[in-house]
Design a protein around this ligand. Structure first.
Ligand SMILES: Cc1cc2nc3c(=O)[nH]c(=O)nc-3n(C[C@H](O)[C@H](O)[C@H](O)COP(=O)(O)OP(=O)(O)OC[C@H]3O[C@@H](n4cnc5c(N)ncnc54)[C@H](O)[C@@H]3O)c2cc1C
Length: 389
């Protein structure tokens, strides 16, 4: 029997594996990370690469190592390179962040702990949990659910209909779909946040003048996807003192800044527009129609757009991640849920004895940054404080 099984090998699962091994004294052979991708962090790498982003949105101290200064030391060891940190929060370049993650994985030989598979069931045993997967059953004393909304790309109804009709529409985070061809004619990017801006600029650089960014609201400038006070005690103290999960959910909603982007991303976008690389149109799709020649007509509240391909940068569905197998486990084990459908967990992040959560599933405990790298770091502290690590 394993000591720990982590389900999900994204930034959350990978950081918490490092916490358990590094601070918790868990022996490597007593821990596994179950994730269906070819390598740990593969899903995160695909999503970030798809946007064409150059820098993370988060700061220099938000990374996967235990020591908050580790990324800085790593960068120094590699030697100064232009543009490796950006802005007052010293946001790391994506390439630097990726190399740092890979060096941590190599240093701790973490791929050896990676079981390439997908969880499909969860049952209690006398001393822990049994996780069913397409690779067989895994039994562990403690299980950590490190799932995310990342497998739930949001498809507006018009786009789903267009796809069903065979139209050239894909989602930026739809890993199964073929990549978009930059030179395939007119492209309409739909979305109003950081990823929409980044991918529109990146496509427009490859094929100047052929990209339209359709935004349903004006550009919203925010440094992060929630105000920085939520990373520390300033906001979190009040949040954690709040006993009502409904009010906690309302606080999370109030703190989130969906559809926003940092100032430098907005500046780059507007510069691309001024230079005629792309067009920005304000409006919302009201109707989409597929023409016999394979092109698409998008009737928006502003104007009608013609496109050879449509790219959705519309984010993720916000329902509880996990899907049907987790729904079954919740029903079978009577796991407590808030009215919003998310887990009600202890301050130790335990949902039931030996069953822990992190990331999106822990947000009623960790607040609006739970899904981010900062949230993974908070989760690491909680597991440690609780004696779990
Ligand atoms: C483009 C982009 C840029 C971002 N930039 C930042 C940033 O700069 N800073 C920041 O703090 N946050 C950022 N985020 C937000 C957040 O940090 C990321 O979404 C991050 O990937 C979340 O980590 P995760 O481990 O929860 O999710 P994921 O990376 O999605 O990993 C979850 C893993 O669980 C696996 N999984 C799901 N179901 C199962 C199952 N049944 N069995 C086994 N495995 C399963 C998935 O396949 C996946 O590999 C960004 C998000 C995106 C999309």
């Amino acid at each position: 029997m394993l000591d720990w099984l982590i389900i999900g090998g994204g930034p959350q699962g990978t950081h918490l594996a490092l916490v358990l091994l590094g601070r918790g004294g868990v022996a490597p052979e007593r821990l596994r990370i179950l994730d269906p991708h070819e390598a740990l962090l593969a899903h995160w790498e695909r999503c970030t690469a798809a946007t064409g982003m150059t820098h993370l949105r988060s700061t220099i101290v938000h990374h996967l190592a235990l020591d908050p200064h580790d990324l800085w030391h790593f960068a120094r060891r590699r030697g100064a390179q232009p543009g490796q940190f950006r802005g007052p929060y010293r946001r790391p370049a994506l390439g630097l962040f990726r190399d740092h993650c890979q060096s941590l994985i190599a240093e701790h030989d973490l791929e050896r702990q990676h079981v390439r598979g997908r969880a499909s069931g969860l049952a209690r045993t006398e001393h822990g949990w049994r996780v069913e997967s397409d690779q067989g059953a895994l039994v562990a004393q403690r299980v950590l659910l490190a799932l995310s909304v990342g497998e739930q790309p949001r498809w507006p109804a018009w786009a789903a209909q267009l796809r069903a009709a065979g139209g050239p529409v894909r989602h930026l985070y739809g890993c199964q779909e073929p990549a978009l061809a930059a030179a395939a004619g007119e492209t309409v990017v739909v979305g109003g946040g950081i990823s929409a801006a980044q991918v529109a600029v990146s496509l427009a650089r490859a094929a100047p003048g052929s990209v339209t960014l359709l935004m349903r609201h004006a550009i919203r400038i925010e440094a992060f996807d929630s105000p920085p006070g939520w990373v520390g005690p300033k906001e979190l103290r009040g949040f954690q003192a709040e006993p009502s999960v409904e009010r906690r959910r309302a606080l999370i909603r109030g703190a989130r800044r969906p559809g926003s982007m940092p100032e430098d991303v907005a500046r780059t976008l507007l510069r691309a527009e001024r230079r005629g690389l792309l067009r920005i149109v304000r409006g919302e799709v009201q109707q989409a129609c597929l023409h016999p020649d394979g092109t698409v007509e998008l009737e928006t509240s502003g104007e009608t757009l013609r496109a050879d391909q449509v790219l959705l940068a519309t984010g993720f569905e916000q329902q509880r991640p996990g899907g049907a197998w987790l729904d079954r486990a919740i029903a079978e084990h009577d796991l407590p849920l808030a009215p919003c459908g998310y887990p009600v967990v202890a301050p130790s992040l335990a949902w039931a004895p030996g069953l822990y959560v992190t990331g999106a599933l822990a947000e009623l405990e960790l607040g609006p940054v739970a899904r981010n790298i900062a949230g993974a770091r908070h989760a690491g502290e909680r597991l440690r404080v609780a004696g779990g690590a």
